[in-house]
Ligand binder design. Structure first.
Ligand SMILES: Cc1ncc(COP(=O)(O)O)c(C=O)c1O
Length: 398
């Protein structure tokens, strides 16, 4: 029989559907904010990384419009050829100052930072020591590097130390410890202070992906991220980040020494080979940093909501795992039940909370991931809490 070269497309999807693991895209008919129209229906949105609500901030929107009028819609080239604007230089200088580092680089996305830079920082003669729950983009970056990958138990410093001792025995050229700053599915934080102490003992490079910490963590509601939270400025070699989450706009960032930024500019394949951001995006990123610096009320609000909401769902009997941040998982276990909770919340209660199932998390830890947003009101939170309690009881979850 003649082979059907694409039969697997349908059969793989049938299998995913059969296992309740299919992702179905819903479409927003307006801005990403707590009250929005999704698939024609007004819902309360509890599932975006737009923690500070800046995706629809008037000053940021205006900056995008002004820059688009002045510079046009697209960059026209990769940054090293002809796609970098004076705006980009301004962003990078501002961001470096904000992050308290020597220099920064605006890259295409947070994913592109990990998949483009990690394979240049380490290679075959090296060892990467990686937290077991690191984001998929880190995992892909490490795979591309060809370096030996050693996994340490999630946030477990004694296991990390053990793995480093083992790693040393093989006489690697470099050792790199890689961790998420805030773990995106559980909302817990890497014990970065302890990781830095151990890394310094072993002469290991430290790479922190702070995509979910930036805009959220940091003393006095600065949003500077996990390095500032632990007062570790100058002791972390590579900080990867994203302008697409707390800052509400778009893009990946690298922050660190001048040496690091020159290296990344010249070597990261995703930076070298992918078109630069539209100028409107770059200007919006600049405005976003200015807003975070001058209006700390957004970071403050997201933390107030987080503390209130988390306490209330825990009192109802929901398992919120190890959450320490505005990422609040409601861990259900069974993927079918997690999907059902999300479906009823959406269809009957107008609450948009996405089920998170394999491969984002282990099958038996399926959940709804709720994320706080500074623009939510107390009434919004109470309405969501009462729906989550009602449906949780109906499905025998709580
Ligand atoms: C920990 C982590 N790293 C990297 C990324 C990718 O960032 P971006 O959306 O900017 O590509 C994500 C996105 O969800 C993330 O959660």
């Amino acid at each position: 029989m003649k082979r059907d070269p694409v039969a697997f497309l349908k059969s793989d999807m049938t299998e995913l559907r059969g296992n309740n693991l299919e992702w179905v895209i819903r479409y927003l008919e307006g801005g990403s904010k707590p009250h929005c129209i999704v698939n024609g229906k007004e819902v309360l949105m509890l599932n975006t990384n737009n923690y500070l609500g800046l995706a629809t901030h008037p000053k940021i929107i205006q900056a995008a419009i002004d820059a688009t009028k002045k510079y046009g819609a697209g960059a026209g080239a990769v940054p090293v050829i002809a796609g970098s604007f004076d705006l980009t230089r301004e962003f990078q200088e501002k961001f470096a100052k904000y992050k308290e580092v020597e220099a920064s680089l605006l890259c295409q996305t947070g994913f592109a930072v990990n998949s483009g830079l990690i394979p240049m920082l380490v290679g075959k003669p090296d060892i990467v020591v990686s937290d077991e729950l690191n984001h998929g983009s880190i995992i892909d970056g490490v795979r591309l590097s060809g370096a030996k990958r050693v996994i340490y138990k999630h946030r477990d410093i004694s296991d990390l130390e053990q793995q480093l001792k083992e790693a040393e025995k093989g006489g690697p050229r470099r050792i790199c410890i890689i961790t998420d700053g805030v773990f995106s599915m559980d909302g817990d934080m890497a014990p970065l202070d302890k990781i830095v102490n151990v890394a310094e003992e072993f002469g290991a490079m430290i790479f922190v992906d702070d995509c979910h910490g930036e805009g959220v963590l940091g003393k006095d509601f600065s949003g500077k991220g996990i390095v500032a939270h632990f007062n570790l400025q100058g002791r972390v070699h590579v900080e990867g980040g994203s302008m697409s989450k707390g800052f509400g706009v778009f893009g990946g960032t690298v922050a660190g020494s001048k040496d690091l930024i020159e290296f990344c500019t010249n070597k990261s394949r995703t930076y070298l080979l992918s078109t630069a951001h539209p100028p409107g995006v770059v200007a919006a990123n600049i405005a976003s940093i200015e807003v975070v610096e001058s209006e700390p009320q957004h970071v403050k609000a997201v933390w107030e909501h987080t503390n209130y909401f988390k306490k209330e769902v825990q009192n109802m009997g929901y398992d919120t795992g190890r959450s320490e941040t505005p990422i609040i998982p409601l861990i259900i276990g069974d993927p079918g039940k997690a999907q059902e909770l999300a479906r009823i919340l959406f269809e009957e209660e107008n609450i948009y909370g996405t089920p998170i199932v394999f491969p984002m998390v282990a099958r038996e830890l399926s959940r709804i991931r709720v994320q706080m947003n500074a623009l939510l009101t107390k009434d919004d939170l109470n309405a969501a809490l009462s729906s989550i309690e009602k449906v949780g009881k109906k499905l025998d979850i709580i």
